[in-house]
Design a protein around this ligand. Sequence first.
Ligand code: ADP
Ligand code: MG
Ligand code: ZN
Length: 474
Amino acid sequence: MPVFEPVIGLEIHSQLKTATKMFCSCPITPGAEPNTHICEVCTGQPGALPRLNARAVELAVRAGLALGAQVSEISVFARKNYFYPDLPNGFQNSQLDPPICRGGGLDLPDYGRHIRLNRIHLEDDAGKCLHDEQRGQTLVDLNRAGAPLIEIVTEPDFRSAGEVMDFLKKLHAILVQLEVTAGRLEEGEFRCDVNVSLRPRGAEALGRRSEIKNLNSFRHVGQAIEYEIVRQGGLLERGEKIEQETRLFDPARQETRTLRGKEEAHDYRYFPQPDLPPVLVPPALLARIKAEMPPLPEAVMAELLSLGLTAEQATLLLERRGALEYFKAALTFLDDPKRLATLMVELLLPAAQKENIPPLDCACGPEVLAALARLLAEEALGRRAAYDLFPELFARGGDPEALARDRGVFQISETGALEALARELIAAHPEEARRYREGQDKLLSFFVGRLMRQSRGAANPKLAGEILARLLKT
Ligand code: ADP
Ligand code: MG
Ligand code: ZN
């Protein structure tokens, strides 16, 4: 039994899903040419005045409501001062006291734990420094400067890496489902700082912590925590002190490294931001935001299960980006949720992921998949024929019925055609036919298999079985 207990708290930054930046009308465009979406406000020109994006406020409130937080009717912006080349103002617009939301939390049933939130506040993002090692230069891109963020701060309620990862996945799913954030980890739209300390088991007081900055992968969060627990445990066992410091995780070497120590700790000299009026969320606005809230992931999950989807199908539709929208669109063309979900999970989503295309942008749109599902439901197509047609539909879209006709793969359900095939088969295999008549029932599947092969999968297998059984008996 280890002597020390890990204590972990998180600060999560999530970029809000707005069209424009927090205090100006520059668009948010990840991947754009550097410094093409900037103006006098987000580059901190003297005299330029910020104007708060109302949508950012609504999305922060939405997050707070979903997490059971208390929404402040009045909150204020503060200047958080520090110097860095990607921060043209010389300060970040943030909130100290009061923040837009306080309290709230999230249950982790798998761990029997409730994680309390301390606060959610609004802030704007900095730009990006691009280090060109070869030329020995650092270039600054301010496209991201002024992008709207919420920071969610938890209490130090986690005791293991597993709990933290479970929490982050749940939180991410909620924020994405509510369209608070696009949540693309690789774009840094959901990233977190992890505070880790150890204390003797049973102790009340918290130990001294290190903070690992800017992790944007759930796996790296887990790895960084495991590493820190071992590192700090080693120091404490040797009787050495933990420094309060900021560290970075290096995924290649699977270790954390000092970024800055306590002596360089920031004094942000927070003071009220005189250029921004208080943020107001009066009861009428709060009521409207509540009324406009999309359902939470748990509610969507319950709805999908009630439509007859399996838990695996529902989970995949919830987790895969754009899948749920595609599914809903397909349902408007064909009210057959189970069949549509199966086709999505087995055909469309794997193909879309392989080609890295958002589901709704696929040539095989929801109406195409619904048409394919309908042919299957009507037994005009067999499963195998449908799956054979799919790559063509995925590549070019089009009308599945026309394609099936073109390929001559419509399912043979006419009794006459099947009977002819069955008679031929029976005549060609007199020995097996005799043994079947003598009671070897298993041989029916031999005949059905042959018939399916001879029709190149086009025969309706159920009907074929019935016809063969009847003809074999006579
Ligand atoms: P700061 O703003 O200086 O980073 P805060 O007190 O706001 O400090 O805490 C930031 C995060 O660190 C919170 O998530 C909190 O739960 C966590 N935290 C604070 N003290 C500890 C500790 N001793 N061990 C682990 N986590 C801690
Ligand atoms: Mg911190
Ligand atoms: Zn701007």
